[in-house]
Design a protein around this ligand. Structure first.
Ligand SMILES: N[C@@H](CCC(=O)N[C@@H](CS)C(=O)NCC(=O)O)C(=O)O
Length: 223
C-alpha cells in the first residue's frame, strides 16, 4: 500500500526548507523525519545506506530515493502538482527553471554554506569579509533575473523561487540585502515572505539556524 513520501530533514537546513516550501505549495503531505546533524545522525550506518553522501534532505517516496533538494522539488512538482506553473513541462520554460536551480545549487548555496559551516562545525569565530562579498556578488545575478519580473523565471512562481528563497533568507542574515542596491531582490524577498506557508516552512527554520550560528560564533570567540 502506498504511503506518504518520507522526508529526512532538519528545519534549519536551507535545502530542506526548500522542499518544505515546495511540498506546501503543491499540497503534498510528507512524513517528516527530523535529523540532528550536530549529533551525527546523518553518519549512522542506517542513514548511510539510504544516502552514502550523508546529506539531507532525502526523500523516500515508496522506495524512490532522491538525495538532492532541487531534484526532490522537481520530482514532487512533476508527480503531485495540479498545474505546470511550478515546474513547466514546456522545454524552454523548464530549461529556464533548471538554470536557476543549478544557480542555487552551484553558486548561491555553496557560498552560504562556506559562511555557516566553518562556524557551526570547525570552531571559526567569524565570517571572512571575502565570503560575505561572494554572497553579495551572487545577489547581483539574482537582481538581474528579477528585473522586470516578479519571480526569478518570469511571471510565475516556480520551484526555482522556492529553492532560492530558502538559501537567500539565510544569506540575508549574514550579508543583509541593501534595498537601494538590490531593489528587485529586496521586493522579491518580501513577496516570498508573504506566502501563506512561508513562516512555518522557511521563516522559522532560517531564524533557528541564525540563532545557532550566532551562539556558536560567540562560543568560538571564547576558545
Ligand atoms: N545539493 C544538496 C546539498 C545538501 C546539503 O549539503 N545539506 C547539508 C545540510 S544544509 C548536509 O546534509 N550536510 C551534512 C554533510 O554534508 O555531511 C541539496 O540541495 O540537497
Amino acid at each position: 500500500m502506498s504511503s506518504k513520501p518520507i522526508l529526512y530533514y532538519a528545519a534549519r537546513s536551507p535545502p530542506c526548507r526548500a522542499v518544505l516550501l515546495a511540498a506546501a505549495e503543491i499540497g503534498v503531505e510528507l512524513d517528516l523525519r527530523p535529523m540532528n546533524l550536530l549529533a551525527g545522525e546523518h553518519k549512522t550506518p542506517e542513514f548511510l545506506k539510504i544516502n552514502p553522501q550523508h546529506t539531507i534532505p532525502v526523500l523516500d517516496d515508496n522506495g524512490v530515493i532522491i538525495t538532492d533538494s532541487h531534484v526532490i522539488c522537481a520530482y514532487l512538482a512533476d508527480k503531485y502538482s495540479k498545474n505546470d506553473n511550478l515546474y513547466p513541462k514546456e522545454l524552454f520554460a523548464r530549461n529556464n527553471v533548471m538554470t536557476r536551480l543549478f544557480f542555487d545549487c552551484g553558486h548561491l548555496f555553496p557560498r552560504v554554506r562556506m559562511a555557516v559551516e566553518p562556524v557551526l562545525y570547525f570552531g571559526r569565530p567569524n565570517v571572512p569579509q571575502e565570503t560575505i562579498e561572494y554572497i553579495q556578488k551572487a545577489y547581483v545575478n539574482v537582481e538581474s533575473c528579477l528585473t522586470g519580473h516578479p519571480y526569478v523565471c518570469g511571471e510565475n512562481l516556480t520551484i526555482a523561487d522556492l529553492c532560492c528563497i530558502a538559501t537567500i533568507s539565510t544569506a540575508h542574515n549574514l550579508a543583509p540585502i541593501d534595498k537601494k542596491t538590490f531593489p528587485n531582490l529586496f521586493a522579491w524577498v518580501e513577496r516570498m515572505s508573504a506566502l501563506p506557508y512561508y513562516e512555518k516552512c522557511n521563516g522559522e527554520g532560517a531564524k533557528l539556524l541564525h540563532e545557532i550560528f550566532l551562539q556558536k560564533m560567540e562560543e568560538n570567540k571564547k576558545k
